[in-house]
Write a protein that binds this ligand. Sequence first.
Ligand SMILES: Nc1nc2c(ncn2[C@@H]2O[C@H](COP(=O)(O)OP(=O)(O)OP(=O)(O)O)[C@@H](O)[C@H]2O)c(=O)[nH]1
Ligand SMILES: [Mg+2]
Ligand SMILES: [Zn+2]
Ligand SMILES: [Zn+2]
Length: 419
Amino acid sequence: MSSTACPLCFRRLDSVRFGCLCTNSGCVQKLDHGEDPEATAHYGEPVNRRPFQILDHPWRDDNDWVCPNCETGKYVVDACPDCHYPMWERDWRQAGVTTIALTGAKSSGKSIYIAVLVQALEAYLLHSLHTSLKAVADADQGLSRLGTADRYTNYYQQRLFVERRKPDATPVGTDKWNWRVPLVFSLGQIHGMPRYLCIRDLPGEYIEQAMSATEWDFLGRADGVLFLFDSERTSDVQNKLGRHGDFTVTLAANLGLPPLDVLDSVLHMIGPSAPPLGLILAKLDYIWALRDVEMLGSLPAAISNLGASYIREPEQRENLTDQSHWAYPWADENGTYHPADPSDRDFLNEELRSLLTALGGGELLARLSGRKPSLEHRLFAVSALGEPIRGKSVSMRGITPYRVLDPVLWLLDRSWREA
Ligand SMILES: Nc1nc2c(ncn2[C@@H]2O[C@H](COP(=O)(O)OP(=O)(O)OP(=O)(O)O)[C@@H](O)[C@H]2O)c(=O)[nH]1
Ligand SMILES: [Mg+2]
Ligand SMILES: [Zn+2]
Ligand SMILES: [Zn+2]
């Protein structure tokens, strides 16, 4: 059954324990009770204590619980009973929530992926499911943090689309609230219920440290973990494109730890559970560029293979004789939900296995099966930019993202197909 979850700690919410929190900014300042230990443990940063109460039913009105500090229920919101994260949307408890954690080495392309994913998802929802994507408004007035819409604009979109320059690494220092809190999007009514997507972007720098702590437990509870394997880091790209001169290829030493070490960290942070894992070959445009600069015969067959499905976008639904065979989920004019046909995805999965092996990622697959046989994994390939960066700026021809929806729609379809 599709159900609701906490956007921060990714815990499924039950109908036994309900939290309510006063978000009045005056209350945070007036209450001098120090830190809230539960919230601090989950956020990984000190969070001030605020008036909070557990109820055995959802907070309805002031008769249930009035904030003892400001003596009103005006600012009381439904909050996670465990991490105290406030869920401000009225329909949150009745919604289907999909939670995704984005992992990978430093500079593997996670933040850029989010920048283009959100735009692609917006267009896809409108066209294929007739709904719209909205950044959820953050009504937590008590804390001076930016909400999803502002963070998306300032940290993701702006750098990519407006400034057209390489983005800074996801900040681990001063701007830490940027990634300590999730990006939350409302996706509209899909297959009978309001749907939300919560994504947590992680700085590679922290993932590489592989800490076990309450703040990372959300990884094990995610509906899916995406792991980016950076094409830029492979020896073919480093040696063949790095020396070519036309392309900006970052030296492997500046790209964080080798993917195998990072995967080990991620598996350690996931702990004993086994959320589905999407292994994404990121920055696929570098692989395409290899085919342009090298004699095809000198490249492994899996890279030079012209017929491979990882060089093609999936077929458009309009072009199919039987639309039920579309690679992505869609809704007809009556709003009936049609799940994705997995055949394109299965085919891609098999082809990418040989490509990843040719690129030196075979050990990664062996490690996944060896360390966690119970963990379901699937391969994807994306290019967020559509072509390699030359100089310091993104191509002036524009950004043409490639297959960025695939990994996320794989996970969304899994939750959506359950009504
Ligand atoms: N050619 C190419 N470069 C990309 C692509 N995606 C990201 N990059 C480049 O890779 C670099 C790192 O991208 P980020 O998205 O900041 O990487 P990150 O994984 O968020 O890094 P951390 O925040 O440090 O963990 C940037 O300079 C991007 O321009 C892509 O699809 N193609
Ligand atoms: Mg980042
Ligand atoms: Zn929570
Ligand atoms: Zn209050």
